[in-house]
Design a protein around this ligand. Structure first.
Ligand code: SF4
Ligand code: SF4
Length: 118
């Protein structure tokens, strides 16, 4: 996805820096196997967030569950996720912050003159 790196940097600066599983500077301390869905599914997360425009969280959550959680190895066919249940998925824990970071980055990218764009 175009500009994925810029979205990632925005989320890292707004979300990962505040995460209990980061080193405090935005670098995740979890191994790839343990990492929250944020890194593993990032491109789908950006697409899902940008497909919604709403003042409420529910439509974003629905898009996340349908487009990301449904394909995540941690979710069972009946839609349950033990990781989420134990508040161990940073993506789920900080999802409102993730939405804000992606929408703000999108607005900034829209305002970036083409000559200075990617
Ligand atoms: S667990 Fe997820 S939200 Fe937390 S620092 Fe790692 S990638 Fe970021
Ligand atoms: S909430 Fe569960 S199913 Fe959804 S991304 Fe996180 S670990 Fe995967």
């Amino acid at each position: 996805m175009e500009n994925l790196d810029r979205y990632w940097r925005a989320v890292q600066q707004a979300v990962c820096v505040k995460c209990i599983d980061s080193d405090g500077a935005g670098t995740c301390r979890l191994s790839n196997d343990d990492a929250c869905g944020l890194r593993a599914h990032f491109s789908k997360i950006v697409e899902s967030v940008l497909s919604v425009r709403s003042d409420t969280l529910e439509p974003y959550l629905e898009a996340l569950r349908n487009n990301v959680c449904a394909h995540c190895k941690h979710q069972s066919p009946d839609g349950k996720c033990m990781v989420r249940g134990q508040l161990d998925c940073g993506l789920d824990r900080y999802f409102p912050l993730v939405i804000d970071a992606i929408e703000s980055a999108c607005a900034e990218l829209d305002e970036t003159p083409e000559a200075f764009g990617d």
